[in-house]
Ligand binder design. Sequence first.
Ligand code: NI
Length: 494
Amino acid sequence: MPTAVPSRGRVLSVLLCAVLVLSGCNFGGADDSGAPDASPSAQQSKGAGESSAGQEIRTRTLTSFAPRYHATWPVVPGADALNQELADEVTRQVDAFTAEVEPGGTAAPELNIGWRLVAQSDQVVAVRLDTYEFAGASGAESSRTWWFDPATGRVLDNRELIADPEALGIALAASVEDPDADRSRIRRAAEEGLDDLEFTSTGALRVRFDEYAVAPGSSGEVVVTLDTARTELVLSDFGRLASAAASSLATDDESQGLVTPAPPEETPEPVETETPLKPEASGSTPPEPREVNCRKAKCVALTFDDGPVSDTTRLLRTLRRLDVPATFFVLGQQAATYPELVAKTARAGHEIGIHTWDHKQLTSLKPPAIRQEMRSAAREVRRITGRAPTLVRPPYGATDARVQRIARELGLAQVLWSVDTLDWKRKAAKPVIAEVKKSTRRGSIILMHDIHRTSVDAVPGVVKALQAKGYTLVTVSQLLGKTKPGQKYYSGAR
Ligand code: NI
């Protein structure tokens, strides 16, 4: 394990020991294995080398470019009922989204689901799913926590955390700060059962009500936090265990704030004072890739998005055997879960750029959220590798003037691509290799995804085909030379 692991990564690493990633993607249902029964389902890709005895957490991903969705959730060992409910919920949301999405619109609708482990002890495990849905004009967020009791193997409803719903209603009505909130509706909602409960770092109960649920739309969502004394009074025995397990896991990591990235519409944009991230003094410095003069050599760059996942280990082995460098555009969420893999990738001499925190379409967000998506991922990579990334690949390739401006402020050049292998759709090695053969030119930036097993399978053939045509594989920074923050690069043609 690396010495400088970020707080979220550290929490996960310490609690869950070494990690075995299990990840995959679905684009219409073929060749899945071990997936939830409903459609769409997740393709598993078991990695080697990351496992250890004891607790292992794995992740699964469902993702698609068209329509645009990206959903990641955990598989917690020994928590079958919890895992099933999480998989069912993600599948339900993805199905609902794909059924209602209108193809062919200009503003791309999008579904994004991320997860957090919010409580972990011998008595309670809790996972929170954060959903962001962009309908083409505005984004909506919702979250829900699943509570699991290892003693009984049961997933518990929010209601089972509360001993006295009537007392909870009275406490919430007394604690709500919004003057426009309807206290009688709050009390009624508490008695009927609340959708969104969580605990603060001090173990206090925090309740969120959706927009319009207990107040006029002008209030937005209403959040009520009880003080610890009131929290104590309303919790059941399991609720108290949950509170203790949640507060022991809570951190002040800014990434935790990513679940509610979008500020209200009228918030003025802050004055831009952002300075580019500087490398931290600590942390091991990755080796420089070997010198290549791309003015002479026919350079091209292989790039891999959306990881790391367990199969990244296999990809690293393949790249090492072939003795070629690549560039990885990692998600902050995955990097925080699997810091060892990111560190290993950097140590092997590959370049690490960012792909945002959790794969939200940046053009659907407001500037503070765009900034947070990029900055948190960049910080995560810097903490793990000791080096601040200088490249960002916007998810879905979606960028605009605001994304460009914020990337510039953060010292990140935008890297798109000139060869799209469509590996996410083709899900087979052969057509990916054929596409690379057909479309690659001098200076090409080739887009692939290490979350697909078939993409990793294709790499030896891709590299062989490129080398046979006289191409030299380099990192994106070697290909582009000195990059200009904010600027978009599709290839290194010069
Ligand atoms: Ni991506």
